[in-house]
Design a protein around this ligand. Structure first.
Ligand code: HEM
Length: 473
């Protein structure tokens, strides 16, 4: 058994426990470099963090044109996300950044519009409905295994791309009962990557109040990219919507059918065509980028920790054995779920959530004026030593029931309060299925000297992929 002590925590509480310190960007030493990394390099907000960012309760970042308040104290996080949620609506910059792609979707809407959308979308994500789409997820997982079978054993393989493909495929199948073919995947994924980077650039230039004339070209291209993604989704949505309008019987168990059927509880009205395209685009974005990121990080962690991988394999043998995975196995695969939860603690795909003060509020000693941005960062909260013992170590046992201490208030990879992720149960089912499918068939090892480099953009990804070697079981 490899025993490696995490250098950040030289004295672990329990010396017998194997400790492993997964990669994280080196914190900054001085203030000048914050400006440099955050705004000149602009490629990862994680590079703008200091060692003290991981210890602080509240922080303030003041830059030209921008004042941000970072809130990490748990009682204040609860005020922002739960108790006084109406004073902290979603941030406008995020809405403007994503509007060409998502329109007026639930992810960025506020107030009554959000309430209506949440009520109408919720039935599609209740547990019973999620269990119904298990078979569709499993078909995507079987196809993933067929692709992995073509990967050369023991040779360098970047699994990040496969995780992006399989999670996008799962979204296509579970939402629209359509397989994602490689050409369509490539087109959508390229368009999405470029849309993301242009959106971030526009948001940054907007913050610095750069005149519109310098943004126009980027903005035009960004709208073309968003239209490309939407039209690819519309190829599937339009025929289904038109068939529904004609009153033709629909025989689908997917999420689109739930969205087509749903009615506003107050007015009895259904979603319009544009609203449906907005919501499906949002589900595609929110539902695959996050899952792809966390699954790739889980595989990285497993590749570095053979003991945990073996323990996971034992559980898979006990619960599933040689047969196919069934939906009823998911809740019995507790250790696989614990590995995934611990991955979400260390690498929460949504590294920060941005809110905007709708009225003047005081949080601890900070007076927050109307319009100022409030940041809640799962990345910082999950790695704060006031909240977690040995916070930078990978230890899935924290999430096994027998060891679990109360974690609700200090663990928020899916957000918190009324705006908590609607797809959490979906994501857990998907992750346990994909990890189990891979570990049942393969042993994964890290590829030497190619450690991932975490970068914080819309989600937390690795800049150089997740480089591993696969060995058949
Ligand atoms: C590991 C996977 C996932 C993670 C870590 C994750 C994380 C989050 C977080 C942190 C939020 C709250 C954002 C905020 O408050 O600003 C959120 C919201 C949301 N997520 Fe997820 N998500 C995941 C998967 C999914 C999936 C699979 C779907 C759907 C298929 C989904 C749909 C949504 C939607 C619709 C919202 C907006 C809810 C609202 O504002 O009412 N997510 N997610």
């Amino acid at each position: 058994m490899t025993m490696r002590r995490c250098p950040i925590h030289p004295k672990s509480a329990d010396d017998k426990k194997p400790a492993f310190c997964p990669v994280r960007p080196e914190p900054l030493k001085n203030k000048a470099s914050l400006f440099f990394t955050f705004f000149i390099k602009r490629n990862s907000w994680l590079k703008g963090l200091f060692e003290r960012s991981y210890k602080m309760k509240t922080g303030r970042v003041k830059l030209p044109g921008l004042e941000l308040f970072v809130i990490s104290e748990l009682s204040l996080v609860k005020r922002v996300m739960v108790d006084e949620v109406e004073k902290f609506p979603k941030n406008r910059i995020l809405h403007e950044m994503l509007a060409p792609l998502l329109g007026e979707s639930i992810f960025t809407s506020n107030g009554d519009q959000w309430r209506k959308q949440r009520d109408m979308l919720s039935p599609a994500f209740v547990r019973a409905r999620v269990t119904k789409v298990f078979a569709l997820m499993q078909q995507a997982s079987t196809d993933m295994l067929a692709r992995l079978a073509k990967v050369e054993q023991g040779k360098h393989y970047d699994i990040d791309g496969e995780m992006t493909f399989v999670t996008a495929d799962i979204i296509y199948r579970t939402i629209m009962t359509t397989e994602l073919n490689p050409e369509r995947a490539k087109k959508v994924s390229n368009a999405f990557t470029h849309f993301q980077s242009r959106s971030l650039r526009i948001a940054m230039l907007g913050i610095f109040k750069v005149p519109n004339i310098f943004i126009r070209g980027t903005e035009r291209k960004r709208r073309v990219l968003a239209a490309e993604i939407r039209s690819s989704l519309e190829e599937v949505i339009r025929p289904r919507y038109e068939a529904m309008q004609r009153g033709e019987p629909q025989d689908y168990v997917d999420i689109l059918s739930s969205i087509l059927e749903t009615k506003d509880p107050d007015t009895g009205e259904a979603f319009t065509y544009k609203e449906i395209v907005d919501q499906i685009s949002m589900l595609f974005l929110a539902g695959h980028e996050t899952s792809a990121s966390s699954l790739a990080w889980a595989i990285y962690l497993l590749s570095e920790f053979p003991d945990i991988q073996e323990k996971a394999y034992q559980q898979i043998q006990e619960v599933v054995g040689d047969r196919d995975i069934r939906s009823t196995d998911i809740k019995k695969l507790t250790f696989i779920a614990a590995i995934f939860r611990e991955t979400l603690r260390l690498y929460p795909p949504v590294g920060f959530m941005a809110r905007e003060a709708a009225e003047e509020v005081t949080l601890r000693d900070k007076l927050i004026k109307v319009g100022r941005t409030v940041i809640i960062s799962p990345w910082l909260i999950h790695r704060n030593e006031n909240n977690w013992e040995r916070p930078h170590e990978f230890d899935p046992e924290r999430f096994l029931q027998e060891h679990a201490t109360p974690i609700k208030s200090k663990y928020l990879p899916f957000g918190m309060g009324p705006r908590v992720c609607i797809g959490a149960a979906f994501a857990m089912q998907e992750a346990v299925l994909i990890l189990t499918s891979i570990l049942k068939n393969y042993r994964v090892e890290a590829y030497p000297n190619m450690k991932p480099k975490p970068v914080g953009r819309l989600t937390i990804r690795s800049d150089n992929g997740i480089n591993i070697r696969l060995f058949s079981r």
